[in-house]
Design a protein. Sequence first.
Length: 102
Amino acid sequence: MNVGKILLIAILVLSVASAFVGVPYLGLLLALAGVVYGVLAVDDDGKVYFLIMAVTLAMASGSLSAIPAAGDYLTTMLTTLSSAASAAAIGVIVKDIVDRLT
């Protein structure tokens, strides 16, 4: 297992756990894991796909809130996942800028 897969599993576990229990420093954990994931795990071939996915996830994360009983949990999971994806997108963008400057 490489670092990217481990970070992705950690992000998914944090997203699911945040819907049911309070996770201290959740935003910080998601931001750090997201940026590191974006720098290390997203390759040049998948960066456009990843950036589109991050924007789409940010726009659609609240769309499941109307589902009775499960909507709030699903919205919380998608919102935290969206936070990590946005941080990873920043990592992808910064990595691309550095690659273009060197």
